[in-house]
Design a protein around this ligand. Structure first.
Ligand code: AKG
Ligand code: FE2
Length: 409
């Protein structure tokens, strides 16, 4: 029988630990990603029972059709395994459609660092053919992060982003975050133009950095993830990225061998609890899933450290103190090695795309004017992470956990 995981956040009694394999994954009660929420959630309930921002914030928004909404009655069944066809595997590796010879003089591609990140000007994402989208996937896998300037994706409305994103995988619907009204496939982060609001973040924190990999608790976390800026402060609010392929490469052969056999529990429980605590929604039963600590990338055929402080809780094969020590060592490597990281800054029209299998990221709150910040994410789901590509798209691959096996007291 699969192990039962208990989270101390939910636990009422130690006698709930009934199974031979005890996998407590304690977290501090606030949760790693627990900013003070007052600047992020809803203000009121509208006539149709939807949670929304208040009239003042709705009236001042530049793109009201992209503002976050939360419908407490919106519910979904558990996500199920599905095979993933990575579009990069169908791409022409010479990029004739993404970077056509005929337009060579127009577009500009600049490497942010040699190994991680590129900035591109004069390529319009909304105009890409399917063949060019496949090449885009390959390019994003190769570069980890790609920052596109002067995009018109947002001006085409929410549904356009949804149709665009479907090319890259089945779109993920978030368990708790806001989405534009009637467009659940987009995830919205909106920060009010309220100085007190974002200063709250530092009330009980010394920085705003929250490294994570998006929804890594899902059985099939995302790959090519698109974040569009709608409103931003003039400067500040950069998004930070860390390369977990490079982080893996920095380890000694002996340590690589050790971590290569380990698996990590990723949990959605704390995020769900934070939402509940703030009167937010829960669209799906929160899950925890076990993923290999070292995963093999199906396009790059390289290994990366697949763990993140936002959702990674416990190494299955180790005792708790051992797990804590190894996780903390690896979090430190990825989170604090500035020489495997980049920061992406935002200008009006910027869309940043990352390979969520390869990089961890964090927002940063670094502005001091009363500016709103409004971003929208398209989140295509990828393959189930595997330590060896021989398991790619194998529905029977160990180790599976589903929400029924997570004890959530
Ligand atoms: O706002 C940002 O810079 C990043 C937000 C984020 O982490 C996300 O939406 O996945
Ligand atoms: Fe994120």
């Amino acid at each position: 029988m699969a192990p039962v995981i208990t989270s101390s956040t939910f636990e009422q009694s130690p006698t709930n630990q009934t199974e031979s394999l005890h996998l407590n994954f304690e977290t501090d009660k606030q949760g790693y990603s627990g900013y003070t929420r007052s600047n992020f959630g809803h203000d009121e309930t509208d006539a149709s029972g939807i949670l929304v921002l208040d009239a003042k914030h709705r009236a001042r928004a530049k793109y009201p059709e992209f503002l976050p909404t939360w419908d407490p009655t919106e519910k979904y069944a558990a996500l199920e395994f599905h095979p993933y066809e990575d579009p990069a595997l169908s791409a022409d590796p010479t990029f004739p459609n993404l970077f056509p010879d005929s337009k060579k003089k127009e577009f500009k591609v600049k490497r942010i660092t040699p190994k991680l990140g590129s900035e591109i000007k004069n390529i319009q994402l909304s105009a890409l053919s399917d063949a060019a989208k496949n090449e885009l996937a390959l390019f994003v896998a190769q570069r980890g992060v790609v920052v596109f300037r002067d995009q018109d994706l947002i001006s085409k409305g929410p549904e356009f982003s949804v149709e665009f994103g479907k090319h890259f995988g089945r779109l993920h619907i978030h368990q708790t975050s806001g989405h534009p009204r009637n467009v659940p496939e987009l995830h919205v982060v909106h920060t009010r133009p309220d100085k007190n609001g974002f200063e709250n973040i530092f009330e009980d924190n010394i920085n705003s950095v929250r490294w994570h990999s998006d929804v890594s608790y899902e059985l099939q976390p995302p790959s090519y993830t698109f974040l569009s800026i709608l409103e931003a402060p003039e400067s500040g609010g950069d998004t930070l990225f860390a390369d977990s392929v490079e982080a893996y490469e920095r380890l000694s052969p002996t340590f690589k061998k050790f971590v290569g056999g380990l698996h990590v529990i990723h949990s959605a429980l704390e995020q769900a609890a934070t939402s509940k605590q703030n009167g937010g929604v829960q669209r799906r039963k929160p899950v925890a899933n076990i993923h290999p600590l070292v995963r093999e990338h199906p396009v790059l055929k390289k290994k990366s450290l697949y763990l993140n402080q936002g959702f990674g809780r416990r190494i299955v094969e180790l005792k708790k103190p051992e797990s804590d020590a190894v996780l903390n060592f690896l979090f430190d490597l990825v989170n604090n090695s500035l020489d495997l990281q980049i920061r992406a800054n935002w200008e009006p029209g910027t869309v940043t795309v990352w390979d969520n299998r390869r990089v961890n990221h964090s927002a940063s709150v670094g502005w001091d004017s009363e500016s709103a910040r409004h971003v929208v994410r398209i989140t295509p789901q990828a393959e189930r992470p595997v330590e060896d590509l021989k398991f790619l798209n194998d529905s029977t691959y160990y180790p599976a956990l589903n929400s029924d096996e997570v004890s959530n007291h």
